[in-house]
Design a protein around this ligand. Sequence first.
Ligand code: KG4
Ligand code: ZN
Length: 351
Amino acid sequence: MLVLGIESSCDETAAALVEGDGRVRSDVVHSQVSVHAPYGGVVPELASRDHLRNVGPVVSAALDRAGVRLADVDGVAVTHRPGLVGALLVGVQAAKGIAWAAGKPLVGVDHLMGHLLSVFVRRGAGDAEPPRFPFVCLLVSGGHTAIYRVDAPAPDSVTELGATRDDAAGEAFDKVAKLLGLGYPGGPVVDRLAAGGVASRVKLSPPMAARGSFEMSFSGIKTQVAQLVAREGAGKDAQWVADVCASFQAAVTGVLARKVIEAAEREGVGDVVLGGGVAANAELRRRVSEAGAARGLRVLVPPVASCTDNAAMIAYAGCERLARGEHDGWDLVATSRTVLERRTRKGGGRR
Ligand code: KG4
Ligand code: ZN
């Protein structure tokens, strides 16, 4: 099976061709960072317009790089939820047109299913081993932060064990970077600067660190950093900024790592998987790997290109849907809500 995937849920226009076994034939990502950087965050209207300009060339480039014609694909998969609705609409409408013109099945994919299954995407060197079901996944991105139990590669078999009650972890990285004047997107810069900082020089309390709960919160630590910057920031040097980055990153990744390992132990699974843009963070990858190894768990971390937004994970999740005999029609809509919100275990819910 060979599927064309299209992704336009936020600030990346992406297209990829992926085989049913996860092998990537091509993977093209057009980043809008330069469009949004002057505003310090994603401007939805500008995102939609930029997707509209780039979706055609990006799909053509993906087909060219794979050496594939549309006639050769078995389906067209597209992210249709969750995300910025105006941005999603561009990818969805492009996918409908392409699928209709080529006479191929259209499959809508939940972006979070893409992140949860991104560990199955095969890029070659640097791939993680594919996990065994059931596994526990920490999905940490700019829009979502949650821990899931995944029993099979379908939304009905995914259970949310806990999630952030306010900001996503990536959002906190981006806001802290903005407070420190480090630009957008903040995650990669904080990650880089933290490596040269000393966390113990700046005291921040870890957010919702209580054991036994998989609920999380990242808005309080952002406020702690805002207060710190207002109180002590004036005239501070680059080393102080690096120390704040190190302390913030240690607090956030410490809580994330501990909760996902505790969740895996409680669920009795052997495999722990990371997904989402924040899973590109070096300290998070190291902490979860070390904590997992200490408990005899296998920690499977996809390469960075599979963690941040990409269309290969969407194509792969689309392959899974097509393999189950599922597809969509003209009534496929774009929505800001994930299908996974409904799959909360009773009593362990969010909000
Ligand atoms: O998954 P993603 O590409 O898009 C969403 O679905 O949200 O995640 C983007 C988020 C941004 O908040 C970005 O700052 C964060 O992932 N991020 C990182 C790193 N690389 C990207 N956060 C921490 N460390 C990184 N190395
Ligand atoms: Zn994402």
